[in-house]
Design a binder for this molecule. Structure first.
Ligand SMILES: [Zn+2]
Length: 466
């Protein structure tokens, strides 16, 4: 399979009001106690005035804006796109009014909406938008949640005109500073024996080869470990969210789906895990990101175990031009597919859940995206990063610190096969290091459904300032 190229997408006609509304919706979700302050461009005579800087960019179909201007904020160098006045101070405080010199609404819309993915014609061999084609890669900011920094600028302005401090979202009963979402894609339950048995044969260690074959036929596979995975996560007071792949064998393009058949016994085990507080969701097989019928059929196969309404696509397959239409025909309430497979961090430069923008219907989606920040396979894989085991937690610590700073969700995917003690690169030891760190940092461990419920709970009515 080679990298693919798409035809250019036709331009869309998005008004500045639509972009502003989309961004402010997310700002108010990030700061739920935000008072009712008027924020906008000069023509609306707002209290927080944004300098318009996007020109006719959003009337076109180019994937990338002009290079950003870098400004310091909260001690970080932050890229500001659509910043027409680089030598002007970012904030101009007037009586009862603040002017923001960079168009942070346009820049936040650009990153959060996924504009670059929709208009880019580049796709990798799995037909995903490649990290190599992203502005995050081009300007090296994939580990910085830039939209949260823009929101912090906006928060400072709102605090000035309202005279009230704003507090980021809090999570769970303990009102924690951030949440952690621990999930497991179940691609393999039966293949732990394959690699060591093949290696023993190739190295002509026939005694070992025979022993491994005997074990394979007489003992459960080391990857058939769903209950052990749930127990490992439970050590931290967390509950696992599982994504189950009900399609077995290879897809028509040769990509493997599950190595295990869909069976009554598996459904019974999943039902027990669900009763014990774990969460069971669909891991959509190859092709389901383009096919609402197949997606609905697969979800139906799991229905009796008590599903939680979540979804992640196998191989993180996602078509930025078609998957929204597929999901709009379905009942999923949240998805957790969106990350760069090639690098940990923030694909939409945002560390909270968000509603992706559907450019075909020109509105925010109904389902909530809980973006993925860390996938085990990214950390040590010949195609991605090649971190040594002791480099993993130090590499991730700054990412978790950014998430904590802004009240976000640290979303970690650890496949069940990587709980095999024979995996010393991205295995149980590295998983436990990450979990201990998140616990020490005070994360509220939440399942996908709990995050969705907290995010969609009726907000308190905005308080008017006098
Ligand atoms: Zn998968």
């Amino acid at each position: 399979m080679a990298a693919a190229s798409l035809p250019p997408a036709a331009p869309v006609t998005l008004s500045a009001e639509v972009r502003l509304g989309y961004v402010l919706k997310h700002f108010r979700l990030a700061y739920p106690d935000c008072p009712d302050v008027r924020i906008g461009y000069a023509d609306a005579q707002p209290q927080v005035e944004i300098a318009a800087g996007s020109g006719d960019f959003f009337a076109g179909n180019t994937p990338y804006p002009a290079a950003p201007n870098w400004r310091e904020w909260l001690g970080r160098q932050v890229p500001f796109f659509f910043d027409d006045a680089p030598s002007t101070p970012l904030l101009l405080f007037q009586e009862n009014k603040v002017i923001i010199a960079a168009d942070i609404i346009a820049a936040a819309f650009y990153l959060l909406s996924g504009w670059q993915e929709y208009f880019s014609t580049e796709r990798d061999r799995h037909r995903r938008f490649p990290y190599a084609a992203s502005v995050q890669k081009q300007y090296d900011f994939v580990t910085l949640p830039v939209v949260n920094y823009y929101f912090d600028v906006l928060k400072t302005a709102v605090e000035y005109v309202s005279g009230r401090p704003l507090r980021p979202r809090r999570w769970g009963q303990q009102q924690a500073n951030f949440a952690a979402f621990i999930s497991h894609d179940i691609d393999n339950l039966r293949s732990a024996w394959k690699a060591p048995t093949k290696a023993a044969f190739q190295q002509r260690q026939f005694g070992l080869f025979g022993k491994l074959l005997w074990q394979h036929f007489t003992q459960p596979d080391a990857w058939d470990n769903l209950e052990d995975v749930a127990a490992a996560t439970a050590q931290y007071g967390a509950r696992s969210t599982f994504f189950i792949l009900p399609t077995h064998g290879r897809a028509s393009d040769g990509t493997p789906n599950a190595d295990y058949p869909h069976s009554i016994q598996l459904l019974q085990r999943l039902h027990k895990l669900s009763e014990a507080g774990c969460e069971i969701n669909l891991h959509g097989s190859i092709g389901t990101a383009l096919d609402e019928w197949q997606l609905g059929y697969e979800n139906g196969l799991l229905e009796r175990v008590g599903l939680s309404g979540g979804l992640r696509f196998h191989y993180l397959r996602w078509d930025a031009r078609r998957t929204f239409a597929v999901l709009s025909e379905s009942d999923f309430v949240f998805d957790s597919t969106l990350c760069f497979a090639e690098h940990f961090g923030f694909r939409h430069s945002y560390c909270l859940p968000f509603y992706p923008f559907d450019f075909t219907s020109e509105r925010a989606t109904d389902f909530l995206e809980i973006p993925l920040n860390v996938m085990d396979a990214t950390l040590h894989h010949p195609n991605y990063l090649r971190l040594a085991p002791e480099e993993i937690l130090p590499a991730l610590t700054p990412v978790f610190a950014e998430i904590k700073r802004f009240g976000g969700v640290a979303s970690v995917l650890w496949h069940n096969e990587n709980f095999d003690p024979n995996n010393t690169q991205t295995g149980p030891r590295q998983f436990h290091e990450i979990m201990r760190h998140l616990q020490q940092q005070g994360a509220a461990f939440q399942t996908g459904r709990e995050i969705w419920e907290a995010y969609t709970a009726e907000p308190a009515a905005p308080t008017h300032n006098s």
